[in-house]
Design a binder for this molecule. Structure first.
Ligand code: PLP
Length: 442
């Protein structure tokens, strides 16, 4: 068998599974990036791997291949796959019923923990997805201020709700243009764009239209154009500018929340937003998200106040139990210390392997969020991120996949580690990267 046949054989069952999936689901997937389209140009014909199971740092596919997983379901699995403590908490719920549409104690327990540890969150409301969390926080900001406009950063992702599905424009600020058919311009006209890490642009748009702006929504560490941390005093000055114009500051911590610190990015950087959106880790890998913040704002949410927002499965006991068990581990152990040490050694090893192969990369990291850009220059915003050599990422991705390392199938995703990514899997990843970088170098 030649090298090509080995590769085809290695993914034979995934190939069949994906062919079937494509017949009955758009692109064979339930979220576009999973279709591997943006890494298809790496030289090999690849199909998305169909996963069968996961344990710790590893995922297994239907062909029996094993991979060290840096996708971790795009962030929720901070304790790795199927941790005993979380599955035990869920099993308990599964024996006693898992949805009621009535209050349960477990949702109050999770709400108590969240309000205890997230500094700016006095009151919290659970929803089912990050998309819903940000959509609802924006509705609340508009209700509270009586203003219609929203400012977001190019390259920041806040879910797929209509008014936020707006990406890059040209110039410092651009009036929103929908980035998907089906989103009327009338909706996105109220969405203003500024580059991330650009205080001059934010200041300018606020000076011009600040009295019409309800909120500035931002990922405190941008994680959807790769991992791009805030520069210097960016978040502090953002806070000041928002205050000056009576604009509410919303931190979208769907990715960063409980990932970089138990108190979320706001605690790490010491900057308090008015409203916070949380997701991913908060549900321990089940569909769960939340928005919360200052008491006077959150009391405007129905039924305390007039701003309507609801959900059949919101506060679902199974998701609450998984989230509570996960956050308790994060609170009661040295999880963040472990994540810091392990991910720092991953970063160091990746840099060394790239440099040994003569490939220029720019790496970023905050705790267990890691970014690696195929770039000669630093990356501070969407323009920098999209200038990177994505064709090289595709080659790198494919080589890593063949060697048993699962990276996100896009150059614009953050890598995540879990507490289960110990020295041996990190070292195995770095060894694989040495081979992959050589392939990139040609
Ligand atoms: N906000 C951020 C920062 C995200 O990273 C995501 C998803 O990746 C979302 C919102 C949307 O969350 P969901 O996919 O749960 O709707």
């Amino acid at each position: 068998m030649n090298e090509e046949q080995v590769k085809v054989d290695r993914y034979a069952k995934s190939r069949d599974a994906f062919a079937w999936a494509k017949e009955v689901m758009p692109g064979g997937v339930n979220s576009p990036v999973r279709a591997f389209k943006s890494v298809a140009g790496g030289g090999d014909e690849i199909v998305p791997v169909t996963v069968k199971s996961g344990k710790g740092a590893m995922v297994m596919d239907v062909d029996g291949n094993e991979y060290v997983d840096y996708v971790l379901s795009y962030g929720p699995l901070i304790l790795g796959h199927a941790p005993e403590v979380v599955s035990a908490a869920m099993s308990k719920v599964m024996r006693s019923g898992w949805t009621f549409g009535m209050p349960t104690e477990v949702e109050t327990q999770l709400a108590q923990l969240v309000t205890d540890v997230v500094p700016s969150v006095d009151v919290v409301r659970f929803v089912n997805s990050g998309t819903e969390a940000v959509m609802s926080a924006i509705r609340l900001a508009r209700a509270a201020t009586g203003r219609a406009k929203v400012i977001k950063c190019t390259g920041c992702y806040h879910g797929h709700s209509d008014s936020l599905l707006v990406q890059a424009g040209s110039g410092a600020t651009t009036l929103g243009v929908p980035s998907s058919p089906g989103v009327p311009e009338a909706i996105t006209q109220n969405t203003l764009l500024v580059p991330f890490n650009d205080l001059v642009a934010l200041d300018a748009v606020l000076k011009e239209q600040g009295d019409e702006v309800a909120c500035f929504v931002v990922e405190p560490i941008a994680g959807n154009m790769g991992c791009v941390p805030p520069q210097d005093d960016y978040l502090e000055v953002v806070r000041e500018l928002c205050d000056r114009h009576g604009v509410l500051l919303i931190f979208d911590e769907v990715m960063t929340g409980f990932r970089v610190d138990l108190g979320c990015a706001q605690k790490l950087y010491g900057v308090m937003p008015d409203l916070t959106c949380m997701g991913k880790v908060i549900g321990g890998g089940l569909p769960c998200a939340a928005y919360g913040g200052r008491e006077d704002l959150m009391r405007q949410v129905a039924p305390d106040g007039p701003m309507y927002q609801a959900g059949t499965l919101s506060g679902n006991p199974l998701a609450m139990a998984a989230g509570l068990a996960t956050l308790e581990v994060l609170r009661d152990t040295d999880a963040y210390g472990v994540l810091e040490t392990q991910t720092a050694s991953l970063e160091l090893g990746m840099k060394q392997a790239a440099s040994d192969a003569g490939v220029s990369v720019y790496t970023t990291r905050v705790g267990s969020m890691f970014g690696m850009f195929f770039s000669d220059k630093p990356v501070y915003n969407y323009e920098d991120a999209t200038a990177c050599r994505v064709d090289e990422y595709a080659i790198f991705f494919q080589s890593m996949l063949h060697q048993g390392v699962m990276l996100a199938p896009s150059a614009y995703e953050t890598w995540f580690t879990s507490t289960q990514h110990d020295e041996s899997v990190i070292n195995m990843t770095i060894d694989a990267a040495a081979v992959a970088f050589k392939k990139v170098a040609g």
